[in-house]
Design a protein. Structure first.
Length: 384
């Protein structure tokens, strides 16, 4: 099914008490918003993502919302949550069948929770992640006196994602135009007459509302990062006449090109090997053998994208890539930034997480005599 995610990040976080929107505050060295968006970028269930931001931020969105492996659309947030969601809903593509709405302030959402909520909404029309109450629940009055005790077996604490068929959300948002502030879209869907299914939530999927919440999520986040792994990649190709020289997805003007079964992009090949090696998944030859005619003349950026998908499916995220290209000629400096951008887009990370350096071999060996180009690459990945 075609699923679109709406990330509600249009608020100013007034209750947090910061001079910056809370979704821009750092968690584990990166903005809270980046964590939340990347969870949906990594999900293999998502086709596209729409992020509602405060208007001034929407006019100049951060770099991590650009150049990702899935399309991200930016819209202005509204005065209320339902206004932000309505603005995002107006950008949803006609092909969309399900819409997953998620609070930007819940950066610890898991791929499993996203998938389970989508599956329930596909079957029932609407579903939300929620935690069943475990404590005894009291209802009190304005004087903080207990009025009655509620049956905790019937009490659930709503989370996000909340997923709806497109028609269900359309009905809910039609009510939003005339209703008072709604705390979530499920409330509007209920008022519109739709049944909403409850999906078992995740206690780690906490919402950051106060500084104390951020401290708790920081501790949980630090404990969740349990595995960091490093992979090395290496590739070398001979330079021959009659072939284009392609490095990092960039075609570089030169009288020779690299010889190989695919387009012989040694940069992409080395990075692919480094990422696959980091997760113990073999090398490029195992996944894209040069004995297979399917890969004859293949675009190595596409192979790199497939390798990045293998890494994500194994439960890892790429932290950074470092590449050294050893070539006597041509000069690579004019093409470095384009290479970094291409590699970052293929992997699904920001260009700031990719380094590419060019070195000569001081006239020594085949690289130094201009007969070959070699590439070394290192990939850092982490599992959460």
């Amino acid at each position: 099914m075609h699923v679109t995610a709406i990330i509600a990040a249009g608020g100013r976080g007034a209750r947090f008490g910061s001079d910056r929107p809370k979704q821009l505050l750092a968690l584990g060295g990166r903005p809270i918003l980046q964590h939340s968006v990347e969870a949906f970028v990594r999900s293999d269930r998502m086709a596209e993502i729409i992020v509602a931001l405060p208007p001034d931020l929407a006019a100049n969105p951060p770099a991590y919302l650009r150049g990702t492996i899935k399309p991200i659309h930016i819209v202005d947030g509204g005065a209320r949550r339902q206004d932000s969601v309505a603005n995002a809903f107006a950008r949803v593509s006609a092909a969309t069948e399900l819409i997953a709405i998620h609070d930007a302030a819940r950066p610890m959402v898991s791929a499993d929770l996203i998938a389970r909520t989508i599956d329930a909404a596909a079957e029932y029309g609407a579903a939300i992640a929620a935690l069943q109450a475990t404590d005894t629940v009291k209802r009190g009055n304005a004087d903080r006196v207990i009025v009655d005790t509620l049956p905790r077996g019937e009490i659930y604490l709503a989370q996000t994602p909340q997923v709806f068929r497109t028609g269900v959300l359309r009905d809910a948002l039609a009510l939003a135009r005339t209703s008072a502030d709604a705390t979530d879209e499920a409330m509007l869907a209920e008022e519109a007459g739709h049944h909403v299914r409850l999906v078992e939530g995740d206690s780690r999927n906490m919402k950051i509302t106060t500084p104390a919440d951020l401290e708790m999520v920081e501790r949980t986040f630090a404990g969740a990062s349990t595995t960091v792994r490093i992979g090395n990649g290496y590739d070398l190709h001979r330079l021959v006449a009659g072939r284009p020289l392609i490095l990092g997805g960039v075609t570089i003007p030169f009288e020779k090109g690299l010889d190989g079964h695919s387009d012989a992009d040694a940069v992409c090949h080395a990075v692919t090997d480094a990422m696959l090696g980091a997760i113990g998944a073999g090398d490029i030859g195992r996944h894209f053998p040069d004995t297979d005619p399917e890969w004859k003349g293949a675009n190595s950026i596409v192979l790199l994208m497939r390798a990045a998908e293998i890494v994500r499916n194994a439960g890892y995220a790429v932290g950074n890539i470092d590449v050294v290209v050893i070539a006597q000629r041509p000069k690579l400096v004019p093409h470095i930034d384009a290479m970094r951008a291409n590699l970052a887009k293929a992997i699904g990370i920001d260009a700031s997480q990719v380094s590419v350096k060019g070195k000569t071999n001081e006239g020594v060996d085949s690289m130094g005599t201009g007969d070959a180009i070699a590439v070394h690459a290192v990939a850092l990945v982490s599992r959460r």
